[in-house]
Design a protein around this ligand. Structure first.
Ligand SMILES: Cc1cc2nc3c(=O)[nH]c(=O)nc-3n(C[C@H](O)[C@H](O)[C@H](O)COP(=O)(O)O)c2cc1C
Length: 363
């Protein structure tokens, strides 16, 4: 199998990646009290041969944690623990960005620190259930609508979290603008029924995400700033809407002006069909001149084809990295891939986390 470009380095003015294989952000929910432990250091160090690692989604505020045992980056204890993770990856020659999330209405007060109420652009409940302490699943509650000042405070929380991630030694951050969490709840008119500057027009619905991006760029530098988007994926009970394509065009043009390091598109593949069409991907490529990452159902062969056709610069792999810590080396040797156990994706302690063996060693 041809993996020449996939395994070739990517060099920008400020960043050198050993290859174009990205470890996609994956919530593994093993952070007791929001603090990543020694197993998380080992988990990422085992996977440090990826050109770039993107961490689990990591909460920017105590009221935005979402799922039980998601890590945070809003206090000093979390920051110190993350520093050990970044150091462990760097010691193995890897690069690591932190994915920053505020889960908005996809959460529960009992999962939030201090039982903080869940917040969202508007008081629109999501259809679905969420696991809470005691291992029970309960309906997602009706969120409280953020005030204008409250929305600005959440923008600030993202910016502060980005500063903390850099102080903890991360190479950069990825703002989670995808999968129906708070920034996408602002984009979608179903969840955003606001009449202030954050609601209504495309410009207003995009304001929350773009203020985060502008603030993060100002705080840590455009060359350390990326974003994840999932247009047309409708994850976490978001419906399609009329101005969706125009909304993303507006955002991508704004991100081009901000000159951020990368846009990471998360595609949902259902029945072999991707939520990111070839035409949409090409349009993003034409509008945005920095790095483009695509994730969702890729193999080494499909990734190589995307790279050879110059449609993207990097390809992210999720599930393959769970069971194949040495995924890059397996690609290099055209070796068989182990299949992950979905029962331990989100729970199980060290089982299904740090016990998948590597076949190939690196440094
Ligand atoms: C266990 C698990 C946890 C995930 N958690 C996140 C997350 O925290 N943030 C995110 O943006 N995507 C998350 N995803 C989506 C992945 O980043 C990726 O887009 C998806 O798995 C598709 O890629 P794949 O087919 O290579 O697995 C998660 C996926 C899995 C399987």
């Amino acid at each position: 199998m041809q993996t020449k470009k996939l395994l070739s380095p990517l060099v920008t003015d400020t960043l050198t990646l050993n290859n174009r294989v990205v470890m996609a952000p994956m919530s593994r929910r093993r952070a007791v009290n929001g603090v990543p432990g020694p197993s998380t250091q080992l988990y990422f160090a085992q996977r440090a041969s990826a050109g770039l690692i993107i961490t689990d989604n990591t909460a920017v505020a105590p009221n935005g944690i979402g799922y039980l045992q998601v890590p945070g980056i809003y206090n000093e204890e979390q920051k110190a623990a993350w520093k050990k993770v970044a150091d462990a990856v760097h010691a193995k020659g890897g690069k690591i960005f932190m994915q920053l999330v505020h889960a908005g209405r996809i959460g529960h007060p009992l999962n939030n620190e201090g039982n903080a109420p869940i917040v969202a652009p508007s008081a629109v409940q999501a259809d679905g259930v969420i696991r809470i302490p005691g291992d029970v699943h309960v309906p997602l509650p009706v969120p409280e609508a953020l005030s204008t000042a409250g929305a600005k405070a959440m923008v600030e929380a993202h910016i502060q979290a980005a500063i903390s991630a850099i102080e903890a030694g991360f190479d950069g951050v990825e703002i989670h603008g995808a999968h129906g969490f708070l920034p996408e709840q602002f984009l979608n008119p179903h969840t955003n029924r606001r009449t202030d500057e954050y609601g209504g027009s495309i410009e207003n619905r995009s304001r929350f995400l773009l203020e985060i991006m502008e603030g993060v760029v100002a705080a840590i530098g455009k060359e350390r700033t990326g974003v994840r988007l999932s247009p047309f994926a409708y994850i976490n009970d978001l419906p399609a809407y009329d101005e969706e394509a125009a909304t993303y065009t507006y955002i991508i043009d704004a991100l081009q002006k901000l000159d951020i390091l990368y846009i990471h598109l998360s595609a949902l593949v259902t029945n072999g069909r991707s939520s990111i069409s070839d035409a949409f991907l090409q349009d993003v490529r034409n509008r945005f001149s920095n790095l483009l990452i695509l994730a969702g159902g890729h193999t080494a062969a499909s990734a190589e084809a995307l790279l050879q056709n110059n449609l993207v610069d990097l390809v992210a792999f999720g599930k393959p990295f769970i069971a194949n810590p040495d995924l890059v080396e397996r690609f290099r040797h055209n070796a068989e891939l182990a299949v992950p156990n979905a029962d331990t994706f989100y729970q199980g302690g060290d089982t299904g986390y740090i016990d998948y063996p590597a076949v190939y060693q690196f440094n």
